[in-house]
Design a protein around this ligand. Structure first.
Ligand code: PGA
Length: 245
């Protein structure tokens, strides 16, 4: 595991964007795994800048998103579909046909999850998966206790995650209770993982992820087993690390 500690959020985002851009230039038809949340927003901004100013070309790139709320239609302003189009896809030349985001409105959820896994495989697997991390160590919506071998499936959101996301909804009751999420095993199948974290609220989760024992109670700790994982954190998120990096 390669750990980079950056001065701040901007530096974290730029370093992550360089890694993504390098792959897109080297392999224009690569498969990228995208994440939502506040953490990758700076990375997406930088990719948009690179597209406009440096001609970074996404026309052949295939994308798979980690997760989506169950029951929110794609046009809902808190859905992850909306988030991705608003914050990235509408501003780069990605081909709509190559974009994949779990369908929270799928009628047959199990069949959809199976289809999503197959689709990733048929695309040749994910070359680079971008990840944020929850303060409780979740990756995507794989909450503490999730099987470290899990695949794409429906998950119940924990109270802490629903509370963390409540700020985006009018009332706490509107926060969805379920989500579709790639499993920990699905994420670990990516050829390369890029995990980002900023802010002090993530410091404990980052210390567990980089230096703690591997446990399903901190799902992100499994990243220690990945052959090609890079963790980029700002100083605040790195503040509980004991080793020197
Ligand atoms: P955040 O969420 O980027 O909004 O902090 C990350 C996560 O919960 O996975």
């Amino acid at each position: 595991m390669l750990v980079h500690i950056t001065e701040n959020f901007e530096e974290m985002s730029k370093l992550a964007a360089q890694i993504v851009a390098e792959l897109v230039r080297k392999k224009p038809d690569c498969v990228l795994g995208f994440a939502t949340g506040s953490t990758p927003l700076g990375l997406y901004k930088e990719l948009i800048r690179m597209h406009h100013k440096e001609g970074l070309d996404f026309s052949k790139v295939t994308t798979f998103n980690l997760d989506e709320y169950v029951g929110l239609p794609p046009e809902h302003n808190q859905s992850y579909h909306y988030f991705m189009w608003e914050n990235l896809f509408n501003h780069i030349n990605v081909d709509r046909r190559f974009v994949h985001i779990p369908m929270g409105m799928a009628k047959d959820i199990d069949a959809f999850c199976e289809w999503y896994e197959e689709k990733i495989q048929k695309a040749g697997g994910i070359d680079l998966q971008i990840l944020g991390i929850g303060a409780n160590g979740h990756i995507a919506f794989n909450e503490p206790g999730s099987s470290l071998g899990s695949r794409t499936r429906i998950k119940t959101l924990t109270g802490t995650t629903r509370e963390a996301n409540a700020r985006f909804f009018q009332t706490p009751d509107e926060v969805p209770r379920y989500a579709l999420t790639m499993g920990v095993g699905t994420i670990m199948d990516a050829k390369e993982i890029l995990l980002l974290a900023n802010g002090e609220s993530k410091a404990e989760a980052i210390a567990a992820t980089c230096e703690g024992p591997i446990t399903a109670m901190w799902p992100a700790t499994i990243v220690q087993m990945h052959r090609l994982a890079t963790v980029i954190v700002d100083k605040a998120a790195a503040s509980k690390l004991k080793m020197k990096y």
